[in-house]
Design a protein around this ligand. Structure first.
Ligand SMILES: [Fe+2]
Length: 286
C-alpha cells in the first residue's frame, strides 16, 4: 500500500506538513501543521495552514485525523484551526502526559491545567492501529528527541517527526527536558529495521550546503548515508557525538512560545482578565 502524500513546507520554521490521502474513500490525515507566529509582535496567523485547508477543500477530502508526532519546540501547531475548518480528531502519543508534567512546572501553568493529555482528542499507545479511510496506520513510540515522540507508519510511508532528518543533516537534538540520546538511537533502529524501500517523511529540513529543501527519503538511504546513524555506527558512538553536539546548540528561536501552546494541543493559555492571552518567558529558569 502506497498512500499518496502531499507535503507543504514552511520556510520560516523549516517545517514540513504532510497530508496523507486515501483515494478510495477521499479521506485524509494531516501531520505536523504550522501556525505562523511572529515573536517580535506576538501576532499569529493561519497563512501557512490556510494553504493546507485550501488543498483539502479543493480535493474534496474529509479529514479523519490531525496528528502530531510530538510537542514541537520550534513552531506552533495549527491543529485547533485545522479542526475548526476541516473537522477531524487531534491525536498525539500518550507519553504527552510526561511532557505536560515537566512543562506545567517550567511555566508554572495554572492549577487547572491537566497533565493527563485530555486537551487532545486521542492519545495513541505504542503499536496502536487506526485507519485513515481504508488506509491502515500503526503508531510506533520513538522517544529520544522528546519522551512522547511517535512515528506514524501508514502503508509504505513512515512519518518520523524529528527522529531522523535527511541523511546529510543527521538526527534531532536530545537535550530538551526528557530528551535521551540513547533512547533516540534505539528508536531510530526501530525505524531503520523497516523494509529498505519504506518511504520516510520528515518534519524538518535545513538544506545544508545550499541544496534544495527536501523532506522525503528512504530507510535504505538513511542506513547507507545518514551522517549520524548510518549502518556501522554504535550506540555509544552516537550518544557521545549527540551529547557533544547538543552542548553547542542554541535554543530554538520559538521554543518558549511553542511549548506553552503545543502542550495544550495548540490552544493559548487562558486569557487574562483584560481578555488578552499572554505567553510567559521564564527568566534564568531553564
Ligand atoms: Fe521537535
Amino acid at each position: 500500500m502506497q498512500p499518496k502524500v502531499k507535503s507543504f513546507f514552511d520556510e520560516a520554521t523549516n517545517t514540513a506538513t504532510h497530508v496523507i490521502i486515501d483515494h478510495q474513500t477521499c479521506r485524509a490525515a494531516i501531520i505536523d501543521s504550522v501556525k505562523d507566529f511572529d515573536p517580535k509582535s506576538g501576532r499569529t496567523s493561519t497563512k501557512s495552514a490556510g494553504e493546507v485547508v485550501a488543498f483539502v477543500r479543493a480535493q474534496n477530502l474529509t479529514v479523519d485525523w490531525i496528528l502530531e508526532t510530538h510537542v514541537h519546540a520550534d513552531h506552533l501547531t495549527a491543529a485547533p484551526y485545522l479542526k475548526e475548518e476541516l473537522g477531524g480528531k487531534i491525536g498525539i502519543g500518550s507519553k504527552i502526559q510526561a511532557v505536560q508534567g515537566v512543562f506545567k512546572s517550567v511555566f508554572n501553568a495554572e492549577e487547572k491545567f491537566a497533565v493527563d493529555g485530555r486537551q487532545f482528542d486521542h492519545l495513541f499507545e505504542d503499536g496502536q492501529v487506526f485507519f485513515i479511510g481504508e488506509l491502515q496506520a500503526r503508531v510506533i513510540h520513538t522517544p529520544g528527541h522528546t519522551p512522547a515522540c511517535v512515528t506514524y507508519l501508514i502503508g509504505d510511508a513512515a512519518f518520523v517527526g524529528d527522529t531522523l532528518f535527511m541523511p546529510d543533516f543527521g538526527t534531532a537534538r536530545c537535550d530538551f527536558p526528557g530528551g535521551d540520546a540513547r533512547a533516540l538511537f534505539r528508536s531510530i533502529k526501530k525505524i531503520l529495521t523497516l523494509p529498505p524501500e519504506t518511504r520516510l517523511f520528515l518534519c524538518h529540513d535545513y538544506a545544508p550546503g545550499g541544496r534544495d529543501y527536501c523532506w522525503e527519503t528512504t530507510v535504505a538511504a538513511e542506513r547507507a548515508g545518514n551522517i549520524h546513524v548510518h549502518d556501522g555506527i554504535s550506540e555509544d558512538e552516537f550518544v557521545n557525538m549527540r551529547s557533544a553536539r547538543d552542548q553547542q546548540l542554541e535554543m530554538p528561536k520559538l521554543i518558549l512560545p511553542s511549548v506553552q501552546v503545543n502542550m495544550r494541543a495548540g490552544e493559548l493559555p487562558p486569557a487574562d482578565d483584560n481578555g488578552v492571552h499572554y505567553l510567559k518567558l521564564p527568566v534564568d529558569a531553564l
